[in-house]
Design a protein around this ligand. Structure first.
Ligand code: NAI
Length: 328
């Protein structure tokens, strides 16, 4: 039985994500926090006939109450991309928002799991970690950057190429980070053999890396992925809730590699070098990251090259996040 706070609950992701969490039978309390419009969202969702109790928290004055006695905080607060923007362009605004929200969680529910959706995830997760470290409550097993949408896209886009594949069952490990070329799908290690040619592998890899742009372009100034992200966020949260309740669950996430020093050695061997954070499939348990999951094989030369490219960009993203907290 889990208490969940959604911070940024009135937004494009926040609203459908709040609804999906209201439908999750593992959730007993649902705290919805935003700086605008959240009373209406909460009143609306509170009528759905499930047992979770919904409470609304509006504005900075109610942030502390929103994150008190919670087990899981999900953070989709912040601005989304418009056409022509990269996720890194969002840094200036979202960095400060994530920092403030994590400070409040550190003060009022230091043991809570934190799932960061706000972009750029490659930098907002290091921000969250530095805030938690400064408050003396950092546990790398409990902090996650949500990269589930990359995995969801990999499964769905693979089916576009191989219509026989069950998109809901297919699992493609996606490693690295969560923006452009830092997203590295390991298609050769998919749970179902896809039998892709080199050309298909390259094409599908690029589509997964830049899949978010398809949505940004189609929305034409009205934002980025919200509905598929809410689905992905709810799937990740459900995995965490099942893990809290004792199930063994594997989900990908962008984590601090300190969460599993042995697993980290293997990840570094893949080409992650001395990076402190990396997206990897993770075995979740009641305390969060139990261990980094085995990939089930060695990546191909193409994939290793993509990991090297990702690692270089990631190093800069991680540094930017950590420096923001140090200098702020
Ligand atoms: P949105 O603009 O529709 O909603 C954001 C919400 O955050 C708004 O309701 C706003 O009032 C709220 N907010 C702003 N400042 C806040 C603060 N200080 N405290 C609490 N709430 C605050 O944006 P959308 O589309 O929901 O996207 C949210 C974030 O999620 C963006 O940063 C976007 O880039 C990111 N995103 C991440 C994905 C991922 O795979 N991790 C995928 C898609 C989007």
């Amino acid at each position: 039985m889990v208490s969940v706070a959604i911070l940024g609950a009135a937004g494009g992701i926040g609203q459908p994500l709040s609804l999906l969490m209201k439908l999750n039978a593992g959730v007993t309390k649902l705290h919805l926090y935003d700086i605008v419009n959240v009373p209406g969202v909460a009143a609306d969702i509170s009528h759905v006939a499930t047992n979770a109790e919904v409470q609304s928290f509006l504005g900075a004055g109610q942030l502390a109450a929103a994150v008190t006695k919670i087990d899981l905080a999900i953070i989709p607060a912040g601005v989304p991309r418009k056409p022509g923007m990269t996720r890194d362009d969002l840094f200036k605004i979202n960095a400060g928002i994530v920092k403030t929200l994590v400070e409040a969680i550190a003060a009022h529910s230091p043991q809570a799991f934190i799932a960061v959706i706000s972009n750029p995830v490659n930098s907002t997760v290091p921000i969250a970690a530095e805030v938690l470290k400064a408050k003396g409550v950092f546990d790398p097993r409990r902090l996650f950057g949500v990269t589930t949408l990359d995995v969801v896209r990999a499964s769905r886009f693979a089916r576009d190429l191989r219509p026989g594949v069950d998109a809901a069952a297919l699992r493609v490990p996606v490693v690295g980070g969560h923006s452009g070329t830092t997203i590295v799908p390991l298609l050769s290690l998919a749970s179902t053999r896809l039998g892709l040619s080199d050309e298909e592998t390259e094409e599908l890899t690029t589509r997964i890396q830049f899949g978010g742009d398809e949505v940004v372009k189609a929305k034409d100034g009205a934002g980025s992925a919200t509905l598929s992200m809410a689905y992905a966020g709810a799937r990740f949260a459900d995995s965490l809730i099942r893990a809290i309740n004792g199930d063994a669950v594997v989900e990908p996430a962008f984590i601090a590699l300190a969460a599993d020093p042995d697993g980290a050695k293997e990840v570094r061997g893949l080409g992650a070098g001395d990076l402190d954070y990396f997206a990897v499939p993770v075995e979740l348990g009641p305390r969060g990251v139990q261990r980094i999951a085995q990939l089930g094989g060695a990546p191909t030369a193409f994939e290793r090259k993509a990991i090297a490219v990702a690692a270089e960009a990631l190093a800069a993203n991680i540094k930017t996040g950590a420096a923001f907290v140090a200098g702020a």
